[in-house]
Design a protein around this ligand. Structure first.
Ligand SMILES: Cc1cc2nc3c(=O)[nH]c(=O)nc-3n(C[C@H](O)[C@H](O)[C@H](O)COP(=O)(O)OP(=O)(O)OC[C@H]3O[C@@H](n4cnc5c(N)ncnc54)[C@H](O)[C@@H]3O)c2cc1C
Ligand code: SF4
Length: 323
């Protein structure tokens, strides 16, 4: 890992100040906990003259319940999210996903906004400068070809944030702010599905908060990873299910680390009216497996990641639907 290059650090106290700072210095970068960004700066993947630290921005703090749902500030740490009683009780998948990100020291500083805006990952990209240079770099940064799919002009680097799938199954909305003002969009629209240009944010826009409406879904999040104590997901799945009189009334699943963006699994309406049993859970796993499309961007094979995410989904449905 190379030494951290020099940069200026700004610490705005309000959203207006943060937006003004980036307008004055468009090549500056927002930073939450820096647990992804600073690593990428040390690897020579991000060059920036200045960081704008969002941790003191007043409008981005706190977890607020207003009777219709929950608003989570973009600067809330994953540790605070994981340990919030309302989140753990009403949205267990969200608390579980937060608790599974990296290690405890990362979660003490890592933020909700940073996790949702995490850069996409690939074994040919998340490497030191000399390693990448000796491989002629790659399309995502400074190179001409993709080593994962050499004939393609597209980057398949995978989105590996844990929080997004847990929020997607809860119909989360993100609020963003920039020099043109504030706007809201469904969380799924934050992701473009392009490993290089992975977010739909306009230049200088910041994620200020996430809102999730109240819900009667039972939910859980599970991931497969190489090191159980601290690691990105090889594949992760959030499942939400509502069951009435022994029959499914609502079934949702969202995947991470299975594509260039986190996404909701489609085609689950057909499960409404069915009981939760081994056969139904296997059918559900089959659909999840069909829609997971990982490429060779991690040390483990796409074959394994597709199968493991299907097994995790199947198990979660059985656990949630029969408890
Ligand atoms: C050893 C290790 C293990 C890890 N394991 C995992 C894991 O298991 N799961 C996982 O999900 N992540 C993992 N990570 C990555 C990272 O720690 C987390 O994703 C973390 O939540 C990132 O949040 P942050 O606040 O530190 O982001 P930062 O590093 O501060 O920022 C990440 C990106 O988001 C942008 N950004 C930050 N906040 C905002 C905002 N509010 N609006 C717009 N853009 C913003 C930054 O400019 C940057 O591009 C790991 C990292 C390390 C070093
Ligand atoms: S998928 Fe291809 S272009 Fe994208 S980071 Fe990996 S090697 Fe580079």
């Amino acid at each position: 890992m190379e030494a951290l290059p020099e940069f200026q650090l700004h610490r705005p106290g309000t959203l207006d100040e943060a937006v003004a700072l980036i307008k004055a210095e468009p090549n500056a970068r927002f930073v939450g906990g820096g647990t992804d960004l600073v690593v990428n700066m040390r690897r020579g993947l991000v060059e920036t003259p200045a960081l704008i630290d969002l941790n003191n921005v007043a409008e981005m703090q706190g977890i607020v319940s207003d009777g219709t749902g929950l608003t989570i500030g973009g600067a809330v740490t994953l540790d605070a999210l994981e340990n919030d009683e309302i989140v753990a009780h009403a949205f267990p998948a969200v608390a579980q996903a937060a608790s599974e990100v990296a290690g405890p020291t990362h979660r003490n500083v890592a933020t909700v906004g940073g996790n949702l805006c995490l850069d996409t990952r690939c074994i040919f990209y998340n490497q030191s400068g000399w390693w990448r240079e000796s491989n002629d770099f790659c399309l995502k940064y400074r190179g001409e070809i993709c080593h994962v799919a050499p004939k393609s002009k597209r980057c398949f680097a995978v989105f590996s944030g844990d929080l997004a799938p847990a929020l997607l199954i809860q119909d989360a909305t993100v609020s963003v702010a920039g020099s043109k003002g504030e706007r809201q969009m469904p969380l799924r629209e934050l992701y473009r599905g392009d490993g290089m240009d992975y977010l739909t944010l306009e230049a200088g826009e910041v994620v200020t908060c996430v809102t999730i409406p109240n819900s009667d879904l039972k939910s859980a999040y599970r991931k497969a990873r190489v090191r159980g104590s601290i690691d990105f997901p090889l594949a992760g799945v959030a499942v939400g299910v509502a069951v009435k009189d022994g029959r499914i009334t609502d079934l949702r699943a969202a995947l991470t680390a299975c594509d260039t963006k986190p996404f909701l699994v489609s085609g689950l309406d057909d499960f409404q009216g069915k009981p939760v049993n081994e056969t139904v859970a296997s059918d559900f796993g089959e659909i999840v497996q069909q829609q997971a499309r990982p490429m060779r961007t991690t040390m483990s094979t796409p074959w394994y990641r597709r199968r493991v995410v299907a097994r995790l989904a199947r198990r979660l449905l059985l656990e949630l639907g029969t408890s």
